[in-house]
Design a protein around this ligand. Structure first.
Ligand SMILES: [Zn+2]
Length: 262
């Protein structure tokens, strides 16, 4: 990260020539009580010259045929500044390493960071989630508390720019994970994907579990067979490949996975 992460003291958002570089400011505000969180502004190098980060988790390029955009008005750009949820959750899970995370939401999205954090906390605390194996615990912490990773809910353009800092192409469509950062695309959060075959809530559960799964060291997996549940680490955003939608890493109390794919 060091070569592409330039720290600024006061810059809020820097837009360089031809849109090749985008600066954004993260974690600068803290909802609710006015406490300021230390800013971590950075400038993104052009994607074409960004060195790939081996610890990043790429998603495949979007399919050639893009789904028609829905009528729902979803902002595709925001301010680039993020507000952390002033919310803390219980420790989820009973045993294993504790991973603390914060939730931040880009300003200008119209989304309440505390409400988003509550949804994510519920997903990660679900008995079908990553904690079910007894080897991982997860806890939502406020933005000013030490955390192992941050979940960012960002507009299409901002998420694309952040993901590009790790050499990842999302084309503003998919989400991504960078070391210490789980970047959720607002458009997917609000509209899921066409023909997912499950509700928006279920797509969100998939999205959170999939990207946090990367943060927990999980790679991509394939559909095991037509009509079978899709492994949570299958790239379900790009299609189910004959499987049926599934948001959970544990089914019936057992870890459910598929063959590893690149
Ligand atoms: Zn993935």
């Amino acid at each position: 990260m060091g070569s592409i992460l330039l720290r600024f003291v006061a810059a809020a958002a820097v837009l360089l020539a031809a849109g090749a570089a985008v600066g954004s400011r993260l974690g600068s505000t803290f909802a609710g009580n006015g406490t300021s969180v230390p800013a971590h502004p950075y400038v993104v190098a052009p994607a074409s010259t960004t060195p790939s980060a081996p610890r990043s988790t790429p998603e495949s390029p979007p399919p050639a045929t893009r789904p028609a955009s829905r009528a729902t008005a979803v902002p595709t750009t925001g301010t680039g500044a993020f507000t952390a949820a002033a919310a803390a959750g219980e420790v989820r899970g009973t045993a294993g390493r504790l991973h603390r995370y914060r939730v931040t939401v880009e300003d200008g999205t119209g989304q309440d960071p505390v409400e988003v954090a509550a949804i994510i906390d519920a997903v990660l605390g679900d008995p079908r989630g990553w904690t079910a194996g007894g080897r991982i615990r997860l806890q939502l912490v406020p933005g000013d508390a030490p955390a192992d990773f941050t979940v960012l809910l960002a507009t299409a353009r901002t998420s694309e720019a952040i993901c590009a800092t790790g050499g990842l192409r999302t084309e503003g469509y998919s989400s991504c994970r960078l070391p210490g950062r789980v970047v959720l695309n607002l458009s997917r959060w609000l509209t899921a994907v066409p023909n997912y075959g499950a509700t928006l809530d279920e797509y969100r559960q998939y999205l959170v579990n999939h990207e946090v799964g990367h943060q927990l060291g999980q790679g991509h997996e394939a559909c095991p067979g037509r009509g079978q549940p899709a492994p949570v680490m299958q790239q379900q955003t790009y299609g189910l490949d004959g499987c049926v939608a599934n948001a959970w890493p544990y089914i019936g109390g057992r870890r459910y996975s598929g063959r590893a794919v690149k």
